[in-house]
Each structure stands twice: as structure tokens, then as C-alpha cells.
Design a binder for this molecule. Structure first.
Ligand code: PGA
Length: 247
């Protein structure tokens, strides 16, 4: 079994939720848990909050974005570039999330271009892959995870800025998390494909009750959390689990 890497990552994805005052209160509330934890805590927030949350940020939380355009700059109304995100204080960007693939028709090829641009500009990337329910039912889980991972990382030699996230689409926002065994197998597959020391996070209906089980697994290096990252109590509880792990 792979040896567990040291610092767990607890990442939250706020999607299109919260206003700035709510976000500021949230950060204050989770700060004690973040400071007491050996894990890296990341929050992918809406664009408008990146700058205000990054300025004078003493929460210990690493602030990032949920999307970006693959171009350096250009006439792309409504889009945002990696350099703009960095300028605003973002330290990472979430790419390949299933909601982007599903609702905004992002392909592996586009995600690959975005990943390349992000790392060229020095932005860390959390790169999400995962199969739909139909794909799992049809026995295509391995194939889908492999092609998403390979095509997303095509032509990228230096993976030092990349963290992977395995998020089965059927587990996102459904309350139906993957079993530890299924998650562990998918993580193992991703690590074998990449053949580099890249961390892989599990995401999909993680909550304070099931988080410890995932964190115990040797293949799982952290968590990517949607709805439970919107509530400061829940998120702080999950962060605190990583402190207990270390004891
Ligand atoms: P969830 O979302 O925790 O609400 O299932 C996870 C995600 O979309 O990253």
C-alpha cells in the first residue's frame, strides 16, 4: 500500500454561494480549527471574494478560484485569466469540476489547456476527475478516470503544482458518498496512472460523519468538500479530524 503523504489537504468548494460578509464571518469562525490543524486548508471561493479574502488574511486558509479561461488575455467577455486571479491573490484554481464539464460543456482538451495555462502562470491546480452513475453502471469507471486524467495532463511534465481530486459525479451533492473501498481503488488507479507523487483528494458528499473514514485511507490524501464547506461548524469539524489523526 502506498505510504501516506504527510500534510493532508482539506479543500472547500463554495460554488455560487455566500456574500462577502458571510464569507468573512465564516473565515473567523474556522480560524481556530485551521490554526490547530496540521493540514493545508484551501477554499475555492467566488471570483468577487478572492481579493477581499486574500488581503490581510490571517486565517491560515489558502484562497483560490473555481474556474478560469485558458487564454493569457483577449476579447472574451465575461471571462477571467490566470494572471487576473493571481493578481487578486488566488493561490490555486479548481479545474475539471464535473459541474463545469456538465453545465458548461468543458472537454478534456479545454481542461488540459486551462491546466497548462494555470501552471505556466504559477497557479496551483486542483484537477477533478470522476465518472457518472451511468458510466459506473456500465463498468466504465476505470476507462473514464484514465482518459480524463491522461487527456487533462497531456503534455505536462512537471506536476508539482497539481493536486488531483477524485469526485464521482453521482456522489456530488447527493448525500451518497462513495464507499471507502471504491474511493480507495479509484485513487490507487489515478496514482498508478500518474506515477508521480501527486496528492489525490476524495470529493462527493463528504461530511463530518464520514470524513474520518476517508482520511484514514492510505490512498486518500485529503478531501474536496462542497456543501459541508458552506457551514463553518461542519467544515471546522472536518478540519479538526486531521489534528486528531496526527495525535
Ligand atoms: P459535495 O460537493 O461535497 O456537496 O458533494 C463536492 C464538490 O462538488 O466538490
Amino acid at each position: 500500500m502506498a505510504k501516506k503523504m504527510k500534510t493532508p489537504i482539506i479543500a472547500g468548494n463554495w460554488k455560487m454561494y455566500k456574500t462577502l460578509p458571510e464569507a468573512q464571518t465564516f473565515l473567523k469562525e474556522i480560524t481556530p480549527a485551521v490554526k490547530a490543524s496540521p493540514s493545508e486548508v484551501l477554499l475555492a471561493v467566488p471570483f468577487t471574494m478572492i481579493q477581499p479574502l486574500s488581503q490581510n488574511n490571517d486565517s491560515g486558509v489558502i484562497i483560490g478560484a473555481q474556474n478560469m479561461n485558458d487564454a493569457v488575455e483577449g476579447a472574451f467577455t465575461g471571462e477571467i485569466s490566470a494572471r487576473m486571479l493571481i493578481d487578486a491573490g488566488a493561490k490555486f484554481v479548481l479545474l475539471g469540476h464535473s459541474e463545469r464539464r456538465q453545465y458548461f460543456k468543458e472537454t478534456n482538451d479545454l481542461i488540459n489547456k486551462k491546466i497548462k495555462r494555470a501552471i505556466q502562470d504559477g497557479l496551483r491546480v486542483i484537477f477533478c476527475v470522476g465518472e457518472t452513475f451511468a458510466e459506473r453502471e456500465e463498468g466504465q469507471t476505470e476507462e473514464v478516470i484514465s482518459s480524463q486524467s491522461k487527456e487533462g495532463l497531456l503534455g505536462i511534465d512537471d506536476l508539482s503544482l497539481i493536486t488531483m481530486a477524485y469526485e464521482p459525479v453521482w456522489a456530488i451533492g447527493t448525500g451518497l458518498a462513495a464507499s471507502k473501498k471504491d474511493a480507495s481503488e479509484a485513487h490507487h488507479l489515478i496514482k498508478n496512472l500518474i506515477k508521480e507523487q501527486v496528492k489525490v483528494l476524495y470529493g462527493g458528499s463528504v461530511n463530518p460523519e464520514n470524513a474520518a473514514n476517508f482520511l484514514k485511507d492510505d490512498e486518500i490524501d485529503g478531501l474536496l468538500i462542497g456543501s459541508a464547506s458552506l457551514n463553518s461548524d461542519n467544515f471546522a469539524k472536518i478540519i479538526a479530524l486531521t489534528s486528531e489523526e496526527k495525535k
